[in-house]
Design a protein. Sequence first.
Length: 81
Amino acid sequence: MPRLVRIDATAPFKLDPAALPPDKPVWICQCGLSQKLPFCDGAHKTARAAEAERPGQLCIYSKDGQRILHARPDDHPADAR
């Protein structure tokens, strides 16, 4: 499902492999809702919750990523590209 995510970083994030724990997986956020970018904090569960995001909708989330503030028809669906 599409969602609007505010990107306010102005510089890259250096991912230092030496700082990562060697014995467990590291998850990178792909939903854009994590408060610990670039790492996943489980915020995608909000997007996957029953009927939280519906096909054909564009969702705008609260700053904390916990609730949908506004949903509207998606004017640019992925399958139209």
